[in-house]
Design a protein around this ligand. Structure first.
Ligand code: NAD
Ligand code: IPM
Ligand code: MN
Length: 353
């Protein structure tokens, strides 16, 4: 038996997680996956009521006793500094050393792509976002706060070990999956120090993969190229901040934030899976959020746990729902979150698609 922690979180995270859980429970039962889904209420409500975000002991429990974690989304307007969300999200990403943020950009149907004349083959690549360093480490501070002399410093921390392991992971992934090119993106024309390290490590690790083409784009140009010629990309590797930004662009290429799935991977530890989108407070509780990103994330999680067929079943069911316009409004459909999730479950139950 493998235990999966389920943390719906806040806002639409709660609604989309419900649908993803229904799909997981269905496959668990029908295909005897032997998973035990354990539900946790970490999020804004709990934090506001008790001050608890993510206790240290809980992180240890996840580390020791769980096969994976599924997270909906975090963020609540009542907590403007996102204190609870950072504790929970970064608590897991950093605390469980999930240094790979794996974000596939995969278009399921041409009609969802905002670009003219692009097919599903044209929009199909993966982004590896470094997930434990860079501007996200929280090094810095506010000095003379509240005065006209105030100084805000936010440092970008890049270690040899951290850069090496994400770049190596991207090359290994490319090799294993038959890709012929890895694209590294930084901003070394302006950010000389971190750029210098990323460039050197990319060249050094790249030498171990002579069969794989190495390409470099400055991050601003990469953002432009993702729109201009997305078909040129196979595997992109970049830092934490740039990866955050370009994967929102990637999400839009797939039809919007509601379509994008992701995994926070520690290759030797417990991984956490979450849709790329946030808690979208203005849509919370209205049954309008697109659950596909969360459902596809459940598929990524199953694949990661070794259930490749079940991951493929989920993807196929979503493709069918999109094809038949059984979708939420963001994709042009008339369904609510719940109806969309139910439709996916019905397709999976039929077993004959
Ligand atoms: P968001 O992703 O929550 O929403 C941005 C917009 O994208 C929405 O207004 C909506 O138009 C669209 N959208 C997103 N998800 C959708 C879905 N499932 N279906 C349909 N449309 C969808 O980003 P935001 O508004 O910048 O952030 C809201 C809160 O979420 C903030 O507190 C932010 O910090 C947080 N956030 C959390 C995560 C996470 O938990 N991993 C990720 C991103 C943002
Ligand atoms: C994401 C989100 C988070 C990030 C926020 C909520 C801190 O935007 O997962 O993409 O920046 O990593
Ligand atoms: Mn983001």
């Amino acid at each position: 038996m493998q235990k999966i922690a389920i943390i719906p979180g806040d806002g639409i995270g709660i609604e989309v997680t419900r649908e993803a859980v229904n799909v997981l429970e269905l496959l668990n039962k029908e295909r005897s996956l032997n998973l035990k889904l354990v539900h946790f209420d970490f999020g804004a409500e709990k934090y506001l009521a008790t001050g608890i975000s993510l206790p240290k002991e809980q992180l240890e429990d996840f580390r020791k006793n769980y096969a994976a974690i599924f997270l909906g989304a975090l963020g609540d307007p009542r907590i403007p500094d996102m204190a609870h969300a950072r504790d929970i999200l970064f608590g897991m990403r950093f605390g469980l050393d999930q240094f790979v943020n794996f974000r596939p950009v995969k278009l399921f149907n041409e009609k969802l792509c905002p670009l003219k004349g692009k097919s599903c083959d044209d929009v199909n690549f993966v982004v590896f976002r470094e997930n434990t360093e860079g501007l996200y480490v929280g090094v810095g501070g506010l000095f003379k706060k509240g005065t006209k002399d105030e100084i805000a410093i936010q440092e970008s921390v890049n270690t040899y070990k951290g850069v090496e392991r994400i770049i190596r992971y991207a090359f290994d992934y490319a090799k294993k999956n038959g890709h012929t090119k890895v694209t590294m993106s930084d901003k070394n024309n302006a950010l000389r120090f971190e750029g210098d390290l990323w460039q050197r490590v990319f060249n050094e690790v790249g030498k171990e993969f002579p069969e794989i083409e190495k390409e470099h784009w400055f991050i601003d140009a990469l953002a432009m190229q993702m729109i201009k010629r997305p078909e040129q990309f196979q595997v992109i590797v970049t830092n934490n901040m740039f990866g955050d930004i370009v994967t929102d662009i990637g999400a839009q290429l797939q039809g919007g934030l509601g379509m994008a799935a992701s995994g926070n991977i520690n290759p030797n530890g417990v991984c956490m899976f979450e849709p790329v989108h946030g808690s979208a407070p203005k849509y919370a509780g209205k049954n309008v959020a697109n659950p596909f990103g969360a459902i596809l994330t459940a598929g990524l999680m199953l694949e990661h746990l070794g259930f490749k067929q079940e991951g493929a079943i989920i993807e196929k069911a979503v493709r069918i729902a999109v094809e038949q316009d059984k979708t939420t409004q963001d994709l042009g459909g008339k369904f609510g979150t719940k109806e969309t999730g139910e439709f996916v479950c019905n397709i999976i139950s039929k077993k004959d698609f």
